[in-house]
Design a protein around this ligand. Structure first.
Ligand code: ATP
Ligand code: MG
Length: 392
């Protein structure tokens, strides 16, 4: 059996002109860091392709493949057989390496790319030769150049020849770290992990802020958020999670503020606290899992009142998604089963019976005046705790 590598194809990154180098360097760094969990690999880039080569027999290729599937900035990835730059070797490798697939399908075509111009045959000639060899080896096969079941890809490069199929779709997006840093307000619900994932997909490095209100919320609720973040970190890389105790603030809001404005007032304090954490952590924006009209605090008017409490931009990547679409995404990123575990969140305790769906800012500000907001916020932030969540 020939030696094997993983080829990663870059997406949008290839279009970024002068920034391309930075994007590529960040991507290489992210892949190297992620792959360290699967053994020792050489990770190099040539012509919009990243080569992942195991350095020794201990490198776990299956593990490496599943780790590569979760790296943002990769449009597709394929395992490939490496062989000598010799037509006979290439033909035999194609027939052996793709045997399982070739047995099952009925039509194929061969596409060749030759970047080593010293190789004696031109690309179409290599394709024709390899195609002929495969037809002889697998008599049930036919060539279909328009709509084949399988495209056999042959690449003849400086370092050797590679044979592979089209592989699988990658995570897409752009490399984490190229899109700045933002603080995501994370609860144990379905929405905020999905929101975090979507922003990481656009290259954003994440810090997470979670509000807990013990004893109304439990240690298990906190642990659930850690598990959710671990799922997100498989794509986003290591995430710092800051937990802020909101018990006093929430009790004060419940006891002293107008009941129908309680939720929007709480949300304003959440954003204020998150903004302060964000500043300390070098983040330039906030992220929430809100979706327009999903609940009373997510109407346009309520969102306007919430945003008025902070000056940082607040990204809401789920704003236009239906619940069903969010659920689908949660399944895709494997957070769904964790999110539906039933633990109290600080947003679901003390909820008013009739929250105002169209709050007006000056009433909200006046209502907020009933509590020592600044003092309570400072006290809560003084006691914040932090931990790091890394992919397993
Ligand atoms: P989620 O599914 O993310 O909990 P939700 O639909 O339940 O969202 P809300 O409970 O109103 O909506 O919360 C809206 C957003 O506020 C969440 O998506 C999240 O970004 C933030 N948030 C809610 N609760 C918390 C919390 N305990 N800690 C940090 N952020 C929170
Ligand atoms: Mg919630």
């Amino acid at each position: 059996m020939a030696e094997e590598v993983i080829l990663l194809k870059l997406g949008e990154i290839a279009l970024k002109g002068l920034n391309r180098r930075t994007f590529e360097d960040t991507l290489l760094k992210n892949i190297r860091r992620r792959l360290s969990a699967a053994g020792e690999f050489a990770v190099t880039s040539r012509q919009s392709t990243i080569y992942v080569e195991p350095k020794d027999g201990n490198a776990d290729m299956d593990r490496a493949e599943s780790l590569c599937a979760k790296v943002f900035g990769v449009v597709s990835y394929a395992r490939a057989a490496v062989t000598q730059k010799d037509l006979g070797a290439i033909e035999r490798t194609a027939a052996e390496y793709l045997e399982e697939t070739l047995e099952e399908i009925s039509t194929f075509k061969v596409e060749c790319k030759r970047s080593d111009k010293k190789f004696p045959l031109k690309s179409p000639e290599i394709s024709a030769q390899v195609g002929g060899y495969l037809l002889d080896s697998y008599p049930h096969l036919r060539v279909d150049v328009h709509n084949p079941d399988l495209v056999v890809r042959v690449e003849v490069r400086e370092a050797g020849a590679y044979v592979h199929d089209d592989g699988k779709p990658g995570a897409g997006g752009i490399p984490v770290g190229t899109g700045g840093k933002a603080a995501v307000l994370i609860s144990g619900g379905l929405d905020s992990p999905a929101a975090a994932w979507l922003m990481a997909k656009r290259g954003v490095e994440l810090t997470a802020v979670h509000f807990a209100s013990p004893p109304y919320t439990s240690e298990l609720a906190h642990e659930k958020v850690v598990r959710l973040l671990r799922k997100v970190s498989e794509y986003a890389g290591r995430v710092k999670m800051v937990t802020v105790n909101f018990t006093r603030l929430q009790e004060e809001i419940r006891d002293k503020c107008p009941e129908d404005l309680g939720t929007v007032i709480l949300r304003r304090f959440m954003l204020r606290a998150a903004e302060q954490v964000a500043r300390e952590e070098g983040c330039a924006a906030l992220i929430t899992g809100e979706s327009l009209g999903q609940v009373a605090s997510q109407t346009m008017q309520a969102i306007a009142c919430t945003d008025a409490a902070v000056s940082m931009p607040v990204f809401r990547p789920l704003i236009g998604l239906d619940k069903a679409e969010i659920v689908k995404l949660a399944h895709q990123i494997e957070t769904y089963e964790i999110s539906i575990e039933p633990y109290e969140d600080c947003c679901t305790i003390f909820t008013p019976k009739h929250p105002r769906t169209r709050p007006i800012l000056h009433f909200v500000e006046a209502g907020e005046g009933a509590i020592e907001g600044e003092v309570l916020l400072r006290e809560a932030l003084e006691e914040k705790t932090a931990l790091y969540v890394s992919p397993r």
